[in-house]
Write a protein that binds this ligand. Structure first.
Ligand code: PLP
Length: 459
């Protein structure tokens, strides 16, 4: 940012010249930041903000992670630009890393296809599926799921809010209740529900009159089920342990592909390369983006099992974007995969996640407005409620975010801000995604800051 223009002037220019349509202004006025490092953002007055959100999990390995940045910088000084019809070794090695690491985990051969943003990867996955299923275009997806905001992705993202002003483009998904057990769609309790949500899904295939299956042709109208392994924007909600294996049995029976959208939960957010590894099922397609480059360059991709993506089935030109496998992005992506191999993230993320979750549970015991706390690895949810511990309290969550952004919470004589994001079906859940490199001292500081914010909000 140019130093000679002050914050007030910049915000005035923003109000005049920037579209608001390409972003989400949760706070008013929007916040300006000047620099970042590790788990920290610094505003124009150089006040530190502990980031528990890390660019919606696009910076899992910490701001300006030197090991990943070094590869990006080396590429910048050697060959930062190259048309994607030619090859650079980083693209080939990155695809090789992702394909071989995925094969190790799921035992399936496949190939990798690159693009730029998360939504574009999801769009490409839809093309792969429609192509493989001879143009079949109907999808299942979850209530509360989020897969991006292009016209195509909005059709499989449940919120009508994202479609309301644009009409339809293609086929709107059939949205199935997500296993959000704290607020079960069917009003049941996890201990005794017998996976009623899966039973209800299975029921759709019972008779042709439920509009899903032609029993005579033994064929469904649906090509794929798009899932997030842990619902992300929906509020960092993990399904119960056997949910996906039970669902997958039904999908296999009816030849419906399972698409695993790892855009937010991939790259060790949950302590695994792919969060779906926690649930013992093998996806047919995986989409990924965000932390692939640790946020240094927009790069995304799709992994698909071999039979869906061979050069015969999906030849050159099936889809294309100018910047798809650009050298800076693929160099950063390759460095990310190498970083993952050098550091035992499986252990450290599990241990840090357990520590942070336990500390938040201690807070929950002291504050009845913390209704639900849960997490897998370092994907942790805190759901804010009224004092009854259940009625959603969006206003309280919003107030906490506003106060956290002021940058003036005092702990041991020093002032801090806190970067938090709100998600969830009722927009009352903090979706905590700290840097996987966060220290134990920083996690303790978060607890102090969060408790100070609760006190400030009078709860
Ligand atoms: C699970 C999931 N899928 C897709 C997307 C869309 O990615 P992008 O915003 O890069 O288009 C997101 C973004 O938050 C996401 O969380």
């Amino acid at each position: 940012m140019t130093k000679c223009i002050d914050e007030k002037e910049l915000l005035a220019l923003e109000a005049k010249y920037c579209s608001y349509g390409d972003t989400v202004h949760y706070i008013d006025p929007p916040k300006l930041f000047e620099r970042c490092d590790g788990s920290w953002l610094y505003d124009v007055q150089d006040r530190p903000y502990l980031d528990l959100q890390m660019w919606y999990s696009a910076v899992n390995f910490g701001y300006r992670n030197s090991e990943i940045a070094a590869a990006h910088d080396e590429q910048m000084s050697r060959m930062p630009q190259l048309a994607c019809q030619y090859l650079n070794k980083e693209k080939i090695l990155l695809a090789t890393e992702i394909a071989t690491e995925t094969e190790k985990r799921f035992g399936m051969k496949g190939r990798v296809h690159f693009n730029v943003g998360g939504a574009q990867a999801v769009e490409d996955s839809m093309k792969l599926i429609r192509n493989f299923r001879n143009g079949k275009s109907l999808m299942f997806a979850f209530m509360g799921g989020y897969h991006g905001r292009t016209l195509g992705c909005s059709e499989i993202t449940s919120s009508y809010r994202y479609r309301r002003r644009y009409g339809h483009f293609g086929s709107r998904a059939s949205f199935i209740p997500y296993p959000y057990c704290y607020r079960c769609f069917y009003g049941l309790k996890r201990e005794s529900c017998g996976y009623e949500c899966v039973n209800q899904f299975e029921k759709l295939f019972e008779t042709e009159y439920y509009g899903v299956l032609d029993p005579k042709a033994k064929e469904t109208e649906f090509a794929a089920f798009y899932v997030e392994p842990i619902q992300a924007t929906g509020g960092y909600i993990a399904p119960p342990p056997e949910y996906f294996s039970k669902l997958d049995k039904i999908l296999k029976r009816y030849n419906i592909l399972l698409v695993d959208d790892e855009i937010q939960m991939g790259f060790y957010r949950t302590g695994k390369l792919w969060a779906m590894e926690h649930f013992g099922v093998k996806p047919d397609v995986i989409t990924f983006a965000k932390s692939l480059t640790n946020g240094l360059n927009p790069l995304s991709g799709v992994w698909a099992k071999e039979e869906m993506i061979t050069p015969e089935i999906f030849p050159a030109g099936s889809t294309h974007s100018t910047f798809s496998s650009n050298p800076l992005g693929t160099a950063a992506g390759l460095a990310t995969m190498q970083y993952i191999k050098r550091h035992d993230l499986e252990t450290s993320v599990r241990e840090k996640g357990e520590y942070l979750l336990n500390r938040i549970r201690e807070l929950q015991a002291r504050h009845t407005v913390i209704g639900d706390v849960d997490g897998v690895g370092l994907a942790i949810r805190i759901e804010m409620t009224k004092a009854d511990g259940f009625a959603p309290d969006k206003a309280l969550a919003d107030k906490i975010v506003d106060e956290a952004m002021k940058g003036d919470i005092e702990v041991k004589g020093k002032k801090y801000g806190l970067v938090l994001d709100i998600g969830g079906h009722y927009k009352n859940a903090f979706t905590l995604a700290p840097a996987l490199t966060i220290s134990y001292e920083e996690m303790d500081l978060f607890i102090e800051l969060f408790e100070a914010l609760l006190k400030r909000c009078g709860v």
